[in-house]
Design a protein around this ligand. Sequence first.
Ligand code: PEP
Ligand code: MN
Length: 284
Amino acid sequence: MMNPIENHKLYSLANQETPTWITVGKTRIGADFTVIAGPCSVENWNQMLETAIAVKEAGANLLRGGVFKPRTSPYDFQGLGMEGLRLLRKAGDDVQLPIVTEVIDPRDIPWVAEFADVLQIGTRNMQNFSLLKEAGKSYRPVLLKRGMHSTISEWLNCAEYILAEGNPNVILCERGIRTFETSTRNTLDLSAIPNVRSLTHLPVIVDPSHATGRRDLIEPMSLAALAAGANGLEIEVHAHPEDALCDGAQSLTPEMFQKLMKKIRKLETWLTTSESCEEELAVY
Ligand code: PEP
Ligand code: MN
């Protein structure tokens, strides 16, 4: 239960009852179930284009790709920076999908905003307050991932930093939290979806890729997230995961992604055709 003072905050459902819809390209995030897909990192033109074509054909709504990679080791691939952003933009334009990319330095926000349709703030930077404030000054929507050690309240307060600067377009993304479990990369907190949706009007999406670190778990977790009320998904897909410079083990192949998208759209239809859904659920 939130402190009543939270009711006055901009993110609060008590403060705004109508859900926030964020229009990006042809998609209204918050209204339409939105799937963001693409590689962990932009590596080269062929990889980017091949993956972009595959996710577009499968029915993704936005294309993702990291160009500034916040890697645990400073010796791992750090991303292609501005050159990567140009490749991502061109691939997005070629397949007609808006693009999402992560920013890690407040000084990059103004120029990255000229290329990217959505700015992503990653788990490691959730409480980087100067980054949040700069993102709040941007005219671009911000996808704010949950910190891997953060409570729901801390996460919502980080969204508040962005909203308080005048940017109303914040998308929350549950991406798993750290627990004692070691067989998965993180632990996906599925309960966070209805929990957060009971507190805020902002859209909430789920990233099953970083939550599990395992490609075999992406499909069940994606379907579970949809059933739990998520407004969308962010999924890593790579044309050749075995060659990926980053996060290959959790990246879906184009074939796996296509199969998953069919199931997602089927489940979505079933869940939103309320009559049949309610009738069938009433049987149990
Ligand atoms: C990513 O989406 O590329 C990423 C690094 O995710 P996270 O910040 O959730 O680890
Ligand atoms: Mn990744």
